[in-house]
Design a binder for this molecule. Structure first.
Ligand code: SAM
Length: 656
């Protein structure tokens, strides 16, 4: 499906869809219509005043101008307790352009404070899932850009209220299909309500057939009737089959994270932002000492031009870190959004870049550039065409890690080496060579290659890959470089008189020694990328840094809960086993195997884990969740490849 914005007609001063030939909201008063139809008929004010749960989830078909979202957010702030969190998941086939969204939201001055926050976060609305976080996580918007009938079956969530707002069924019959109502039923529970402006018979019958009790009530304005109701079917939602006993005790929201690189710091931050108390354990005397310790790394997505998990994760991870960086507000010395040029230096790369270009991503995200355009952007002469990512750039990973780990809910324990994990009652105990060092019900392993030293995660098939970077002193010519240039390696603009050039890729080489031969490899890469800089720099004396990255056999990271490998091998399940019946290691999760893409993928994986742990909607679709499953290699070896897909649902249900 191509990326396409909504096309609007503004002749009446209000948005009108030329794709669907319908209005976005009542011409009488869109604001009052939203409050009457969606907020009142879902009884949100009453429910939120007495809310016991830690969070409430609304799902919507048809995000449009975001008016329903903003009204729900406003009401949430007026009625819900301070510590509760609102999750608003909305799916949208044709997102408004940011300019159209701004015009539409100008119609509601009383929502201006919230509209501005939405507009500031609303960018790059390409096909895929986007998580926007507001008010330090009190309100989270997950936008599923795509057709509702494709996106909702991929959602893992426990929905408390539905807003059905996808234009009139007569104008948009494709959306109001039995499949939509079936998806709603799958995500609902016995107190889930719905409301919709329409009273069309096919909608009423469809909802009833899916298990909803449907009531007709007076409609808004000139509309005679509308529909609302509650789910009464048998819930197939695995997310509600496990009672919420765990979050009840006061110790429940405590977690231990092992490893303080980007995966560990981001995992700690994602939980801390949700009000959890996190102990972050690190064996070195400071955080980010290994692969996240390089003075510079590149923030850009290595897209594949296909719909495969690797490329989709890259795009989602990239958009996620860009939004996270906005939230963190790092100094320019920590993150320079100087742009990244990815050059097609051979025919294979050219084919890949052409496939990416054909995906039709908007030019504010990436743009195909000729060699001449690339040279003008970079400030030095380049001889290859390529892709330009204007918001990408270089980052100082240690400064990113310390910004994440400095959250007030995180206690860092450095010079502490976790050697053994033991389950005691409802808790995990972490031991070093002196004794017990920490205890909590939830634990995330973010310890890269060392993850395999724990008995519980020894089956993870992680592989070290040595990488050396080269520090290249600037020259008169190289000082002109304004953007990062990359292919399989990269060179960054000079910072404090030095470029970073990297990185080599040597699987199963554990040496941490800086080698002249590896500097030569990096320089050969530079020769292909930017020969002008190479000629001047080749003779300089060079420094560098070596780190071991941690990869997996399919180059996708591992993010999810772990199964007990001993128990599952002793009693192998069938390929279609109910995930709830499998021997899970309760509360034990993993976030590792990021290879050289930790800056892009680890923060999104951290968000995936925190959402799973807290029983919140998934930030990525279930196919991607399955591709990242931490047990996939073990299960594939056991001939249980098909079971992996079913497991994606499970983590999102565990804590409810
Ligand atoms: N809730 C919106 C608001 O607050 O502004 C108004 C929604 S407008 C009436 C309907 C929206 O549904 C449009 O933005 C349209 O693009 C979207 N839509 C229509 N069919 C869809 C589908 N099959 N999947 C996802 N979105 C769809």
């Amino acid at each position: 499906m191509s990326n396409q914005h909504a096309t609007l007609d503004w002749n009446t001063g209000q948005p009108y869809s030329t794709q669907f030939e319908d209005i976005y909201f009542s011409t009488d008063s869109g604001l009052e219509e939203t409050r009457y139809v969606f907020l009142n008929q879902n009884h949100l004010a009453e429910r939120w005043k007495t809310i016991n749960e830690a969070s409430f989830t609304i799902a919507e078909a048809g995000f449009g101008t975001g008016l329903n979202f903003l009204c729900a957010w406003q009401l949430w702030n007026e009625t819900a307790p301070d510590k509760a969190r609102l999750h608003f998941v909305s799916t949208e086939r044709y997102p408004l352009s940011p300019a159209d969204l701004a015009s539409a939201l100008r119609l509601w001055p009383e929502l201006a404070a919230l509209s501005q926050q939405l507009l500031a976060a609303y960018s790059h609305m390409v096909n895929g899932w986007h998580r926007l976080v507001f008010e330090d996580g009190r309100v989270t918007l997950t936008l599923l850009i795509g057709d509702a009938n494709d996106t909702l079956p991929q959602l893992k969530a426990r929905v408390d209220a539905w807003f059905l707002d996808g234009f009139a069924p007569a104008k948009n019959p494709d959306m109001w299909q039995p499949a939509l109502f079936a998806s709603m039923a799958t995500l609902s529970h016995s107190e889930t309500t719905f409301a919709t402006f329409t009273s069309a018979g096919m909608v009423k019958r469809g909802l009833e057939a899916a298990g909803f009790a449907v009531t007709k009530v007076a409609g808004f304005g000139r509309k005679r009737e509308m529909l609302c109701g509650v789910y009464q079917g048998t819930s197939q939602n695995i997310c509600i089959s496990i009672p919420d006993t765990k979050l009840a005790n006061s110790n429940a929201k405590t977690a231990i994270v092992i490893g303080a690189g980007i995966a560990g710091c981001a995992s700690s931050y994602a939980l801390a932002q949700r009000g959890w108390q996190v102990t972050l354990i690190e064996r070195h005397d400071a955080i980010s000492q290994e692969a996240s310790g390089n003075p510079s790394g590149v923030i850009y997505p290595r897209l594949t031009g296909s719909d495969a998990a690797l490329g989709r994760l890259a795009l989602s991870g990239y958009l996620h870190i860009l939004r996270l960086l906005k939230q963190l507000g790092l100094e320019k010395t920590a993150f320079s959004a100087c742009g990244v040029l990815q050059l097609a230096f051979n025919s294979r790369e050219l084919t890949r870049l052409q496939a990416i270009t054909q995906q039709g991503l908007p030019v504010d995200l990436l743009e195909h550039v000729t060699a001449t355009q690339a040279s003008a952007i970079a400030g030095i002469e380049l001889s290859h065409e390529g892709l330009y990512f204007p918001e990408a750039g270089w980052i100082n990973p240690p400064l990113l890690c310390s910004s994440l780990a400095s959250h007030r809910n995180i206690a860092i324990k450095t010079s502490t080496e976790a050697l053994k994990l033991e389950r005691k009652g409802d808790s995990w105990q972490v031991w070093d060579k002196h004794g017990l060092i920490a205890e909590a019900p939830t634990i995330i392993l973010a310890s890269a290659n060392d993850t395999m030293q724990f008995q519980q995660s020894a089956h993870c098939e992680l592989e070290p890959v040595r990488g050396q970077i080269t520090f290249l002193p600037e020259t008169a010519e190289s000082r002109q470089l304004k953007t990062v240039i990359c292919t399989e390696g990269y060179i960054s603009p000079a910072s404090n008189g030095v470029h970073t050039l990297g990185a080599t890729f040597s699987p199963n080489d554990l040496s941490l020694e800086v080698r002249a031969a590896d500097h030569q490899t990096n320089l050969q890469m530079l020769k292909k990328l930017a020969p002008g800089i190479y000629r001047e720099a080749a003779s300089e004396g060079l420094g560098g840094r070596v780190a071991l990255r941690c990869t997996t056999p399919d180059y996708l990271p591992m993010a999810g809960p772990l199964l007990d490998s001993v128990a599952i091998k002793a009693n192998p399940p069938r390929y279609n086993a109910d995930p709830a019946t499998l021997p899970w290691l309760d509360g034990l999760y993993i976030n590792t195997g990021h290879g050289s893409k930790g800056l892009i993928n680890a923060p999104l994986c951290a968000e995936i884990l925190a959402s799973a742990i807290c029983g919140e909607p998934s930030p990525v679709d279930s196919k991607l969740l399955a591709a990242l499953d931490s047990n996939r290699f073990m299960l594939k070896k056991m001939g249980l490849k098909r079971l992996v897909m079913g497991l994606a649902a499970f983590p999102y249900c565990k804590m409810r």
